[in-house]
Design a protein around this ligand. Structure first.
Ligand code: EPS
Length: 379
């Protein structure tokens, strides 16, 4: 089983991801992982921390001469802003953060919770996802995330090939797919910053080239939509997840929700196996299993909870009303969240791929994948 855990505090010495069950024989290149880490640090509206950090991955175990061994892979991103031992506690919990809930639950300090709850930890989730993408690439599966809404404003994507859209996204300071909207969105972020406020948004991830049959209908905790939702919802500040039409599916009659099934023999060797669908309202998943269509998943991110103009809170010692504490933070991290969501989705798809085709070695997986495609095309 492919899985991972992370360790590390925001201002601690280091951040670690331990990836277990990654197949042997995958060529590992750290450059594309570092590109993702840099993208995660970017996006318009980020705060001072990202000027201190210059995140780079160090692959500490599990890779020999640039190739995975099939043993656990430890990924490290060192914190330049290591200062945890010098930091004091926060007296007044910030609404929306884990400050109050964590201090009460652990009968301890706010600092002891916020350091781990911080989105800084997502650096190594991104590293794990970017590693998983190198496995997916061996099966021509690509994962692409972008921002579709920010501060209540829609960023309508332009049309184009995946390559064209990737170029647009990488030119956009907000990681959207419509460069004409960047200036207005940046102004929105500037204005929120001037008001001491923060902004949230929506991001979408498309997974292309996914074969039939990842995930299963057979048990609740192995349904791929459920696994994706958990991975995405578990990203800091995410409050909603949709697959395909999502909530909109609840508002339409069935005839305008479900994707008709057609057969086109010329597409027999594509991931659809020829079972083409004129729409993809299911977002590529039916009954917890992939159906050869791209997976489409969206996430809603709430605005960052640390406000320069703080909300009402209390002093935990005196219980008297005071403004919430303020610590350096970002005005908007929606763009960064699109990178995080993209990479946690990549990891879950890779996990399902390993579940279906075996996790010992890449060559065995590829042989089984090929056999399955041949057998499934005959079905
Ligand atoms: C983050 C690093 C943090 C914050 C942000 C995300 O750095 P610092 O706390 O040192 O300024 O910029 O954290 C939060 C928004 C949060 O809620 O904790 C990062 O690397 O993503």
């Amino acid at each position: 089983m492919l899985r991972y855990w992370t360790a590390g505090e925001s201002h601690g010495k280091t951040l670690l991801a331990l990836v277990d069950g990654f197949p042997a024989g995958v060529t590992i290149d750290t450059d594309p992982i570092d590109v993702e880490l840099k993208r995660r640090q970017g996006g318009y509206g980020r705060g001072g921390r990202q000027r201190i950090e210059s995140d780079k991955v160090d692959v500490r175990t599990g890779v020999w001469k640039g190739v995975s061994l099939g043993s656990p892979i430890a990924l490290e991103v060192v914190n330049r802003d290591y200062k945890l031992e010098r930091l004091e506690d926060l007296p007044r919990p910030r609404p929306g953060h884990g400050d109050l809930t964590g201090a009460v639950k652990y009968l301890g300090s706010i600092r002891g919770v916020l350091e781990r709850a911080s989105a800084r930890e997502t650096a190594v989730r991104v590293a794990a996802g970017a590693l998983a993408k190198q496995l997916l690439a061996a099966f021509d599966i690509s994962v692409f995330g972008y921002v579709t809404e920010l501060g209540g404003e829609t960023i309508e994507p332009v049309e184009g090939t995946l390559e064209e859209l990737r170029t647009i996204r990488d030119q956009s300071e907000i990681y959207g797919l419509n460069l004409d909207r960047d200036a207005a969105i940046k102004k929105l972020i500037d204005d929120a910053g001037k008001d001491g406020d923060t902004l949230g948004g929506v991001m979408e991830v498309r997974v292309e080239g996914v074969p039939f049959g990842l995930g299963t209908h057979a048990q609740w905790d192995t349904k791929l939509d459920g696994r994706l939702a958990q991975a995405v919802m578990a990203v800091q500040a995410i409050k909603g997840v949709e697959i395909g039409l999502g909530f909109e599916a609840a508002r339409r009659p069935g005839s305008r929700v479900h994707d008709p099934i057609q057969y086109d023999a010329s597409q027999r060797h594509s991931p659809t196996l020829g079972y083409v669908r004129p729409t993809n309202n299911a977002g590529g998943i039916e009954a917890g299993m992939t159906n050869g269509q791209p997976i489409i998943i969206r996430a809603a991110k709430k605005p960052i909870s640390t406000l320069a103009k703080p909300l009402e809170s209390i002093n935990l010692e005196t219980k008297k009303t005071e403004e919430a504490s303020y610590e350096r933070s970002d005005v908007c991290a929606v763009s960064a969240a699109s990178v995080i969501v993209e990479n946690v989705v990549a990891f879950e798809v890779a996990r399902a791929l390993v579940d279906k085709f075996g996790g010992d070695s890449l060559v065995e997986m590829q042989a089984r994948y090929k056999l399955f495609q041949e057998m499934a095309a005959e079905r």
